[in-house]
Design a protein around this ligand. Structure first.
Ligand code: SF4
Length: 439
């Protein structure tokens, strides 16, 4: 059968999620706003050249506009991505699609990977589990040929009322399909809306690796690649940077950049040879910084402007509980190195619902004493499917996923909840009182 040219609509859900501090205590300053481009959808669209593909970004457009565009385009396939706090919103949208059309509805992303059974319901036809660039393109090929997606590893056909069954995918470099670029052109009309809130900078995304070298207990990254750390070649990263044209800021959206130092050195050398002049942002582990100081110096020379460092805490017992695999002294060393190089630090920290007043005070003292320019404090959240979730499942008091935004305590707080949120909000306000100025 000659494959049919399909119309495919990839949908990025709106900013959603609910806020306990706002609903219960009138604190409006703790909402999470995500403003990055839907890079995973641009990646998915890459191999679908034989089809008619659009990306609709609900973080930039209204839901009313979505339904208007849907009615005009009449897609054969609608593909959603969702993190945990977006799961219920996406289900409601998928339901509306199913009520009004015969469109095949597919869901992928972090929540589909960690808690795939959550989407085993009539609103969806397929769940993409893990890295989906190749498996989703295989599904589209099958659908274009009038077949289903049952035998594709990493794709589950839904079976409401019965457990989801699917072939486990063993991820490898071939799943990266690195010869195919992300479809940046599909989000051109939204580009000016994609900026890093804390710095107020527009930026473009590239990726140098999927997965992670580690398995922190709260993190939903490692399972995306079945625990593997898969790297792109320097040439493909440089190709993608060039595709972003004159955008001056490049965010490397790997969860763990420089996790393979020799490949990161190769990328640095090729960037220098290519004459590319950009400012880069990366996510780097403190132990990577300490163990690879020469590499960090090289990358500073190549334009590394800021790093997001998931410090999470500075106390050894809590770091061990998160399975971070480093201790507090190493965090201080990494901070000194970054300050020495003049690299801006976006420091991620976790406020545990177990925190009392003195824990918040110690965290503030640490951040202030160490001059972390942009501290970001999240509430410890057991994302379903993670090791943390399995460990503290019995303590969960809020199971509505709308609240899994990293600014709500879904387990019981040690302090009275009203005091916990006020202390947390006041700390965030004080820390952000003097916004960081960019060069
Ligand atoms: S928190 Fe960072 S280092 Fe830890 S598993 Fe996740 S991506 Fe890897």
């Amino acid at each position: 059968m000659t494959p049919k040219k399909l119309k495919i609509m990839l949908i990025n859900p709106p900013n959603c999620g609910r806020s306990i501090p706002e609903e219960k205590y009138g604190i409006t300053s703790l909402k999470q706003i995500f403003k990055g481009e839907p890079f995973c959808l641009e990646m998915l669209a890459g191999p679908l050249d034989d089809h008619d593909v659009i990306i609709f970004d609900l973080k930039c457009e209204s839901e009313e506009a979505l339904w208007k565009a849907f009615n005009q385009f009449q897609p054969d396939v609608a593909g959603f991505t969702a993190v945990t706090c977006e799961a219920n919103t996406v289900i409601a949208m998928a339901r509306r699609i199913k009520e009004k059309s015969n469109t095949v509805v597919v869901i992928g992303g972090n929540h589909a990977t960690y808690d795939s059974e959550y989407f085993n319901r009539a609103e969806f036809d397929y769940v993409v589990i893990g890295l989906g660039k190749k498996s989703f393109s295989e599904l589209i090929n099958n659908l274009a040929c009038g077949k289903d997606g049952r035998n594709i590893a990493g794709i589950a056909q839904t079976s409401p009322g019965r457990p989801l069954k699917y072939l486990k995918r063993i991820y490898s470099e071939t799943d990266l399909m690195e010869q195919i670029s992300p479809r940046y052109d599909l989000v051109t009309k939204y580009r000016s809306r994609y900026f890093l809130e804390h710095l107020g900078l527009t930026m473009g995304f590239v990726i140098t690796a999927y997965g992670c070298t580690h398995k922190c207990s709260f993190c939903s990254v490692p399972e995306i690649t079945g625990g593997r750390y898969l790297n792109y070649s320097a040439d493909s990263v440089i190709r993608d940077i060039r595709l972003l044209g004159d955008i001056p800021f490049i965010r490397m959206v790997d969860a763990n950049t420089f996790g393979n130092p020799s490949l990161s050195l190769d990328l640095y050398e090729k960037i220098m040879q290519s004459g590319i002049k950009k400012k880069f942002f990366a996510d780097v582990r403190p132990d990577t910084i300490v163990q690879n100081q020469g590499l960090m110096k090289n990358w500073k020379e190549a334009g590394l402007y800021a790093v997001v460092v998931g410090f999470e805490d500075f106390q050894d017992t809590r770091l061990a509980g998160y399975n971070k695999k480093y201790q507090g002294h190493l965090i201080r060393e990494s901070i000194d190195i970054l300050h020495g190089l003049g690299i801006v630090i976006v420091g991620d920290f976790i406020a545990s619902p177990e925190f009392d007043e003195s824990d918040f005070e110690k965290l503030e003292s640490f951040i202030t004493a160490n001059k972390i320019q942009i501290p970001v404090i999240s509430v410890l959240t057991p994302i379903p499917g993670t090791p943390l979730y399995k460990k503290i499942k019995k303590n969960i008091v809020i199971s509505d996923l709308d609240y899994y935004t990293f600014t709500n305590a879904v387990t019981k707080t040690k302090m009275p909840a009203a005091v916990f949120y006020k202390t947390y909000a006041d700390l965030v306000k004080r820390l952000h009182h003097k916004p960081h100025k960019t060069n």
